[in-house]
Design a protein around this ligand. Structure first.
Ligand SMILES: Nc1ncnc2c1ncn2[C@@H]1O[C@H](COP(=O)(O)OP(=O)(O)O)[C@@H](O)[C@H]1O
Ligand SMILES: O=P(O)(O)OC[C@H]1O[C@](O)(COP(=O)(O)O)[C@@H](O)[C@@H]1O
Length: 314
């Protein structure tokens, strides 16, 4: 059987608690007006975003055995194959403080359960088997305690060695070491790209040059997301900038994951860079208009896609 579809790998899943807190101020008593909980973590979000657009979609990685139910419900509802390894304890919660007045989200992300050597070795075995069934792998999010900084580098090597295509979205040393193994697609935001190349990138030309430098080092496509400004997509022979249409932002949680999902979905369908830029931006903007990491209906995503402005980036 030929490998097909996508598997996402979430090493540090999270239950995202989004707290509506108008006028939020650090160091003060703040009152929450409403609260919702969504199963999340970068790879989990990517699986959920892609589930209506690509088949089959598998979620792999770690989940705490004691509170796996919301993730299991999500997988059932979205037709996502559940290959997540259960580990002792609870998946972490992350707090997202939404201040609609200021149009700001404050993220407070917890470290997560500690992963032991046996679970880490077992996960790598799981992925070796899954690599025979899925064509694309998305490795995304922070590393939980207990895993080495080289965790993503090991997985990129393992999966590319098995003939799979790999997308990576992480930060810090885990991202730097993973990138050195030459993944096919990466999606740093501007801050993460600066961290990756070790210098500030104040102008668009600086961002373009840094992304081109990574492509020259063997990364297939580099997508740099730049918040409300848009995103730069760079491949060997082309670079485009995609500007989002005016948007009423409800929550930015998951916007980066949605960007990655849209670009990857386009790539899987064989679309060119410009179309991938439109899909990524439409997914990102679509989720901004919703309180949780969910996309609007397909017709709305397609309508948003037509309103994305894409220009050559030099
Ligand atoms: N305030 C905003 N207005 C319009 N689009 C936005 C806004 N914030 C994010 N986006 C869209 O979502 C994409 C990803 O957001 P970004 O904040 O860069 O990702 P991350 O969450 O990974 O830091 C952006 O490239 C852009 O298309
Ligand atoms: O693993 P990290 O880096 O702590 O990030 C996890 C958080 O990122 C998210 O996946 C959202 O990411 P984005 O807003 O960057 O798309 C949340 O669901 C989760 O709480």
């Amino acid at each position: 059987m030929e490998a097909e579809g996508v598997a996402t790998v979430t090493l540090n899943a999270a239950l995202d608690h989004s707290l509506d807190c108008p006028g939020f101020r650090a160091g003060e008593v703040n009152r929450v007006t409403s609260h919702r909980v969504d199963p999340g973590g970068k790879g989990i979000n990517v699986a959920a975003f892609l589930a209506d657009w690509v088949r089959p979609v598998t979620a792999a990685g770690f989940l705490g055995r004691d509170n796996a139910q919301p993730f299991e419900a999500l997988f059932r509802a979205r037709g996502i194959e559940d290959r997540c390894r259960r580990v002792a304890g609870e998946t972490r919660m992350n707090l997202k403080v939404l201040d609609a007045q200021a149009g700001q989200v404050t993220d407070i992300n917890l470290p997560g359960v500690r992963i032991g050597d046996e679970d880490w070795a077992a996960l790598k075995k799981d992925l070796e088997a899954l690599a025979r069934q899925r064509r694309w792998f998305v490795l995304a999010g922070s590393l939980p305690a207990g895993l080495p900084e080289s965790a993503y580098a090991e997985l990129v090597r393992l999966l590319r060695g098995a003939g799979c295509l790999v997308a990576l979205d992480a930060s810090g040393p885990a991202m730097r070491l993973g990138v050195a193994e030459g993944p096919d697609l990466i999606k740093p935001n501007l801050r993460e790209l600066e961290e990756l190349v070790g210098r500030q990138l104040p102008r668009r030309e600086d961002v373009l040059e840094a992304a081109r430098g990574l492509v020259a080092r063997g990364i297939g496509r580099v997508v740099v997301s730049m918040g409300g400004e848009g995103a730069l997509l760079v491949e060997r022979t082309r670079a485009v900038f995609a500007r989002p249409p005016p948007t009423r932002v409800v929550s930015t949680v998951g916007a980066g994951d949605a960007m990655l999902s849209g670009v990857l979905g386009g790539w899987i369908r064989g679309e060119a860079l410009e179309a991938c830029a439109r899909w990524g931006t439409a997914f990102a903007v679509g989720t901004l208009t919703r309180p949780g990491p969910v996309l609007p209906p397909r017709a709305e995503v397609e309508e948003l896609m037509a309103r994305v402005q894409v220009e050559e980036a030099g």
